[in-house]
Design a protein around this ligand. Structure first.
Ligand SMILES: *[C@@H]1O[C@H](CO)[C@@H](O)[C@H](O)[C@H]1NC(C)=O
Length: 447
């Protein structure tokens, strides 16, 4: 999740920013850099709905800045001064025109809890137009599932919570997985090695007809922490077409400042654990999709404004790769004390048909209920896929209001009250079921 703020703030900013347009979406980066000389002024509502006007540098006078220790204040000023690279950001997923700031300014936005998407590498496509287009086109999905719970029960029985805990314990022990940090690079290397070990174990099975055909690759980013893409090749004798099924989560974490400890257990160590566990199960049972390739993506720099997923999605768009459906899982481990565990199905800024299909999968394969909810903005990496016109959806740990309030703090740990590995397991069930139902299951289950 790339902000701690909810829908109200994002909506309000959206309405206001468009009234003091800094730059139109079609403006080139060069034009925007020229305009950067002008004062960047826009209105942002405070928690109590009163409005203030400020430029980005005025965030140095904000109460969130003043609450920092003197040492952190100095360090943040240095960080901003040392990160002058021009960036274009949209302050939400709506109609707001991108504004031109610096890489360093992004830390100020994060500190202030202002939601942003970094669109520097593709400033021309507005998120808003994509969402309005998405409603009327795209693939259709079956209204009934081919598989039943009993077909996957043996796979679910193999899910090992102890191993999930071992992974997330190590993954959250890096001081931060911030996309620009050294430890963020190390955590990515650890994740990559974990994935390679799982896949290599599958490749050691002697009979190739019974094993998966999987490739693992890094998708390089200039900031150092790379995204990771795992691909299950479909069975070439039965494949229907080249459209891909994608399961995604983000591997990076953040705190309010880049150098603060950010264990990121729930955000999004939990989604990462969900997908690592899904990968392990699919490999163990020799999943070779009969209908469509299935990919598992571990994105870098979601907290930097959906940077990693946008780079991957744009590369797929340029290569003409088609996506059948993409499901993002960001925060899958928290059950608010006193509430029933449920799977939250986000209904805004998603593809409605894919979301309906995923709801069917939850109803059949998960042993807890689901609740429809809203994020209020394009709140995770699925938005990057919507932006290129690919149908995407988002599942989260609860109703949005009941989700974990410890994210983006040093309190987002596996010790946090409400952290539940049982809950993560439900998302593993969803992920396996979606991969097998949409990817095709002829080699995987006996019908
Ligand atoms: C694995 O998939 C690739 C790409 O489709 C294909 O060329 C290769 O023959 C497959 N290998 C096996 C053992 O099926």
């Amino acid at each position: 999740m790339h902000t701690t703020q909810g829908a109200r703030l994002a909506l309000a900013i959206s309405a206001l920013v468009s009234s003091v347009v800094i730059a139109r979406p079609m403006t080139t980066l060069q034009q925007l850099q020229q305009q950067q000389q002008q004062q960047l002024t826009f209105n942002v509502p405070q928690q109590d709905d009163t409005l203030i006007t400020f430029n980005v540098d005025s965030l140095f006078e904000s109460s969130s800045f003043n609450q920092l220790s003197p040492r952190d204040q100095v360090q943040l000023r240095q960080y901003v001064a040392q990160s002058p690279e021009p960036r274009l950001v949209q302050l939400d997923s709506f109609d707001a025109a991108p504004i031109s700031i610096t890489e360093g300014h992004k830390a100020l936005l994060t500190l202030q809890g202002i939601n942003f998407i970094d669109v520097t590498d593709d400033p021309t496509n507005s998120f808003a137009s994509v969402y309005s287009n998405n409603k009327s086109k795209g693939p259709t999905y079956p209204k009934k599932l081919k598989l039943k719970l009993r077909h996957l029960q043996h796979v679910y029985n193999s899910i090992d919570q102890q191993r999930m805990m071992t992974f997330i314990t190590k993954f959250t022990s890096f001081r931060t997985r911030h996309y620009k940090s050294d430890t963020g690079k190390q955590s990515q290397q650890f994740l990559l090695q974990t994935i390679k070990d799982i896949v290599n174990k599958g490749n050691n099975i002697d009979d190739m007809t019974k094993s998966s055909n999987v490739t693992v690759r890094e998708f390089s980013h200039p900031w150092g922490q790379n995204s990771i893409i795992v691909r299950f090749e479909p069975d070439s004798s039965t494949v229907i077409d080249e459209r891909i099924v994608i399961l995604g989560a983000h591997q990076d974490s953040t705190n309010l400042l880049p150098w603060f400890a950010a264990p990121g257990a729930d955000d999004d160590g939990s989604g990462t654990t969900t997908l690592v566990t899904t990968l392990r199960a699919l490999i163990e049972f020799g999943f070779k999709p009969s209908d469509h390739a299935v990919e598992i993506h571990f994105y870098s720099a979601e907290e930097g404004g959906l940077l990693g997923s946008q780079a991957v999605a744009q590369s797929y768009a340029q290569q003409g790769k088609q996506v059948l459906g993409m499901l993002q899982q960001d925060m899958t481990s928290y059950v608010k004390p006193g509430t029933q565990p449920v799977i939250g199905i986000i209904r805004d800024f998603v593809n409605p048909e894919l979301t309906d299909y995923i709801s069917l999968v939850v109803d059949e394969f998960c042993s807890i209920g689901r609740v429809e909810t809203q994020c209020g903005y394009a709140c995770s990496d699925h938005a990057s896929w919507s932006k290129i016109g690919a149908p995407s959806a988002f599942a989260i740990e609860s109703k949005f209001e009941d989700s974990n309030k410890q994210i983006h703090s040093s309190g987002d740990t596996i010790q946090n009250v409400g952290f539940s590995i049982d809950h993560v397991e439900q998302f593993v069930r969803l992920s396996i079921a979606l991969a097998v139902n949409l990817g095709g299951a002829k080699s995987f289950v006996k019908l």
